[in-house]
Write a protein that binds this ligand. Structure first.
Ligand code: PGA
Length: 254
């Protein structure tokens, strides 16, 4: 009932030409593939050019961040209106790299989610624990705090638009994937949290992605888990072949 979603987070990789090439490759290989929702998240500088490539397909465009004001004297920031203007429908919010290197907090994440929803962008909200937190048995506590504070005061009628991505920090870019069981445990916790705080209907509809060293060889076993609805893919989204294989393998078991 939840359509799988595979999103490629290109991070700070790809010039405009390279981004266009990658988007063209994905388009060519996945043109008639409608079993999965596909989102490409290039850097800001390539949004417009990638949009030109995919605008006549079902592949969607996403940004990797936004600022919570619609305009103003905020040098260096990009507003949600500007993202919409480039053709974005999605935006990644609260990625652990933003939290770690750019001082993002649950509070700024919350502002960004509200702004995204207000202009009609679908937020892909990232949560996840560090290795130290996992080793000290704090995973659920950390994820719960990120949900409680990051998603504070989000109205019921807009919540169903949100996508959540569980990304254990220790699995991002490290080649170490959470086992399907480790991921499922947290995904189930997230879905139960949504049920308790919103409704079981919303919980059943919300897509919860896994992120952290997703590859063509591990997506299938992850997707077997009941509460894993897709993936936020970093490194493996930078090559046409691996991104395409992940997308296709994601629905192999269905
Ligand atoms: P990775 O990154 O797939 O390279 O681990 C995932 C992410 O940061 O979203």
């Amino acid at each position: 009932m939840r359509k799988p979603l595979i999103a490629g987070n290109w991070k700070m990789y790809k010039t405009i030409n390279e981004a266009v090439e990658l988007a063209n490759g994905a388009k060519r290989e996945l043109l008639d593939f409608s079993e999965v929702d596909i989102v490409l998240c290039p850097p800001f500088t390539s949004l417009d050019s990638v949009y030109e490539v995919i605008m006549d397909t079902d592949i969607k465009l996403g940004a990797q961040n936004l600022y919570w004001q619609e305009e103003g004297a905020f040098t260096g920031e990009v507003s949600p209106i500007m993202l919409k203007d480039c053709g974005c429908e999605y935006v990644i919010i609260g990625h652990s790299e933003r939290r770690k290197y750019f001082a993002e907090t649950d509070e700024t994440v919350n502002k960004k989610i509200k702004t995204a929803l207000a202009v009609g962008l679908i937020p892909i909200v990232c949560v996840g624990e560090t290795l130290k937190e996992r080793e000290s048995q704090k995973t659920i506590e950390v994820v719960q705090r990120q949900l409680q504070q990051g998603l504070k005061e989000i109205a019921k009628d807009t919540f169903s638009k949100i996508v959540i991505a569980y990304e254990p920090v220790w699995a991002i870019g490290t080649g170490k994937t959470a086992t399907p069981q480790q991921a499922q445990e947290v995904h189930k916790f997230i879905r139960d949290w949504i049920e308790d705080n919103y409704s079981s209907d919303i919980a059943q509809k919300t897509r919860i992605l896994y992120g952290g060293s997703v590859k063509p060889s591990n997506i299938e076993e992850l997707m077997r888990e009941e509460d894993i609805d897709g993936a936020l893919v970093g490194g493996a989204s930078l090559k046409v072949s691996s991104f395409v294989d992940i997308t296709r393998n994601a629905v192999k078991i269905r």
